[in-house]
Ligand binder design. Structure first.
Ligand code: WT7
Length: 639
């Protein structure tokens, strides 16, 4: 991983200001699953493998594991080897014939306010039918299936159907373009693509099938495109290749045997962006992943059997995989899925839904908190929100101001906020409070029991209290990524090479005198636009695909609501002149190549870009200049 050598300043000031403890109420303390958190932390850190082994026993296995942890081929770590299981068995099969089968598994609300509910029994039936449907399309254990759907029940059903038969799902967020979908399908060699005729957003429809038709052009691996009928609009269907989802499942049996998998067999891949080049297919497995997700979800969200849990993320990201679909179903509770956006038709959409469905746990992103804050307190004050017990935050650092607003107006001063730090790669919460812990506004607090996180220099030396450094994980955990799909070399180079023995997260953080972690942001060039992880190299390559552009350098810039926005510095080819029109065209190109989520707010035309002698653009120099900060070490600069 390419890391910059100088730290972003500013973290210590925040640290010094935000030292007030927010202690849990007597009510929270009394009912918390983990009451004596210090003891639990101490015990787990003495023997993390034993801690995870105990967590694994809370789930069902077809065959027990022989070895809980195998580090003999580091960094290709293994967990629960010799064990046989399937994550879907624990999400669904295990509940059949128990009282949970009658419980609501999914509450779904559409963009236009309609809703659908599925009990565990109904969900299981739908998953079995789809699993049989996939089998009828000759999808086998070890195959990959791409899923390009909005936040609708069929996305969860499709994911579960794949994992059930041992196929690996590769979900691509619906905010990505046809081109981005294509590169992800090609890298993963998916055999089937699951999509819908249209999607919905703010009352508008999106031609999902059209995007998919464009994406699969030239994708030789794709044998079938399965289409969920949302609106029933006229959709061109290629005979023999395109099939309607409802027609595929209609003729299938409601019974389907769950495939017993080795604990280390992949459950899914999920693409995420890094500093350079193409996105990486992060590989997660059945055994360790389900253990890690279940334990972290149960403890951090303090799960009770009657919980109605709502995570506002999209299943297209890891947050949605671990904590919309798998975590809640492993716990046997109700998960809310929402197709729409927070401010449509009005800025109190979320709060209306919380009261309507009596949501007890609400998990969202700082960017969303800041976006609704902007509309003022009036909208949230109109709603009781008395069902909420606990709040959560994820995706980027939450600034203390947003934290306090969230605490006061959404939590009504009563609900603790679980600020959970983790990544696509970690699979599960890594630094996060337990509800019985005292909180500080803007800190993700302490590593989860069994996790050893530290802030170090690039030489692996611990930095002093209050100083910024590289966030690393010093030991292993069950839900960790196993490799980068088809690229083990990249796995080693990105995460394990820079500081031998430690997992390099790519984040900058500091620890305070109580050992609390304060995450500052990325140390590499990865950009977080409204919590969405975007690679600068992908935006740059979109820009140079335009005929007027020779070269481009893209950086992230702080933004009060989105956290960060992208800014591009562009060198034009001879004969092309800067203009407003060209800026518009370039923005359109990015949208087309990468999708609406990669929107680049600022484009500046320049004559030169700072480069290393080997010709690599030094984004760090661009960024420091843009933000008026010290440039740091520039010995690598060509001139
Ligand atoms: C990056 C990972 C897995 C959650 C969704 C994002 C940033 C995530 C926090 C937090 C500060 C956070 C980090 C991390 N991040 N959660 N609570 N506080 N920063 O997953 O797309 O893989 O992004 O998101 O920079 O490295 P992702």
């Amino acid at each position: 991983m390419k890391t910059s050598s100088s730290f972003v300043s500013g973290i210590t000031e925040v640290l010094l200001k935000e030292q007030k403890f927010y202690r849990p109420s007597a009510k929270i303390l009394k009912s918390a699953k983990v009451k004596k958190w210090k003891e639990v932390h101490a015990k787990a850190s003495k023997n993390p493998v034993k801690f995870w082994e105990e967590a694994a026993k809370e789930l069902e296995w077809y065959k027990p594991w022989k070895k809980a942890f195998d580090g003999s081929k580091a960094p290709f770590y293994k967990w629960f080897t010799g064990g046989k299981c399937n994550i879907v068995h624990n999400c669904l099969d295990r509940w059949m014939g128990t009282p949970v089968e009658k419980k609501t598994a999914i509450i779904w609300e559409s963009d236009n306010g309609e809703h659908r509910k599925l009990t565990y029994k109904e969900l299981n039936k739908a998953v079995c039918k789809m699993a049989n449907g996939l089998k009828s399309l000759r999808v086998r254990k070890g195959d990959r299936v791409a899923i390009y759907l909005q936040n609708i029940p069929e996305i969860a059903i499709s994911m579960l159907a794949c994992a059930k038969i041992g196929a690996e799902h590769s979900v691509v967020y619906a905010g990505f373009s046809a081109h981005a979908l294509k590169t992800r399908i090609q890298d993963g060699q998916a055999k089937v693509l699951i999509t819908s005729d249209v999607g919905h957003r703010r009352g508008k429809t999106i031609d999902m099938k059209g995007l998919c038709d464009e994406a699969v052009k030239g994708c030789r691996s794709i044998r079938h495109v399965v289409v969920v009928k949302q609106d029933g609009v006229k959709t061109p269907m290629k005979k023999g290749k395109d099939l309607w989802y409802h027609e595929l499942v209609k003729k299938q049996s409601e019974i389907c045997k769950t495939e017993p998998m080795d604990a280390e067999d992949p459950a899914f891949i999920l693409y995420t962006s890094g500093t350079t080049g193409t996105p990486k297919g992060v590989v997660h497995v059945h055994g360790g992943y389900m253990v890690g997700v279940n334990r972290t979800f149960q403890w951090v969200m303090d799960i009770r059997p009657d919980d109605v849990y709502w995570c506002t993320a999209d299943p297209g990201w890891i947050t949605g995989h671990s904590y919309i679909v798998y975590g809640p179903l492993l716990a046997g509770i109700t998960t809310v899925m929402f197709e729409g956006v927070p401010d449509y038709p009005q800025p109190d959409r979320l709060w209306k839904m919380v009261d309507k469905y009596k949501v007890t746990l609400f998990y969202t992103a700082p960017t969303l908190v800041r976006a609704v804050m902007r509309y003022g307190d009036g909208w949230v004050k109109k709603h009781k929100l008395s069902s909420i017990r606990l709040l959560g935050s994820v995706g980027e650092p939450i600034n203390p101001e947003a934290w306090r607003w969230y605490h006061k107006f959404v939590g009504k001063g009563r609900c603790p906020i679980m600020d959970t730090w983790w990544q696509t790669e970690t699979g599960m919460f890594m630094i996060a409070p337990l509800p019985s812990m005292p909180l500080k506004a803007g800190s993700a607090t302490l590593p989860f029991p069994g996790i050893q996180a530290e802030v170090v220099t690039l030489k692996g030396k611990k930095v002093p209290v209050g100083k910024g450094g590289y966030l690393v994980i010093k030991n292993q955990w069950p839900a960790m990524l196993r490799t980068v799909f088809n690229n083990p070399k990249r796995y080693i180079e990105t995460y394990w090479k820079e500081i031998p023995g430690y997992y390099l997260t790519g984040d900058i953080a500091a620890k305070d005198k109580d050992g609390y972690f304060w995450i500052q942001g990325r140390s590499d060039d990865v950009i977080k636009i409204a919590g969405h992880r975007i690679g600068p190299a992908e935006i740059e390559s979109a820009l140079v695909s335009h005929k007027a552009v020779v070269e481009a350098g893209v950086i992230g810039k702080p933004h009060p609501i989105k956290g960060e926005i992208a800014k591009a510095f562009v060198i034009l080819k001879k004969g092309h002149l800067p203009s407003e029109e060209l800026v518009g065209e370039l923005k359109k190109t990015i949208r087309k190549e990468l999708g609406p989520i990669a929107v680049t707010d600022e484009i500046e035309f320049v004559d030169k870009l700072p480069k290393t002698r080997s010709g690599k653009i030094m984004r760090r120099v661009l960024k420091a200049r843009e933000l008026g900060q010290e440039v740091g070490d520039v010995t690598a600069l060509a001139d």
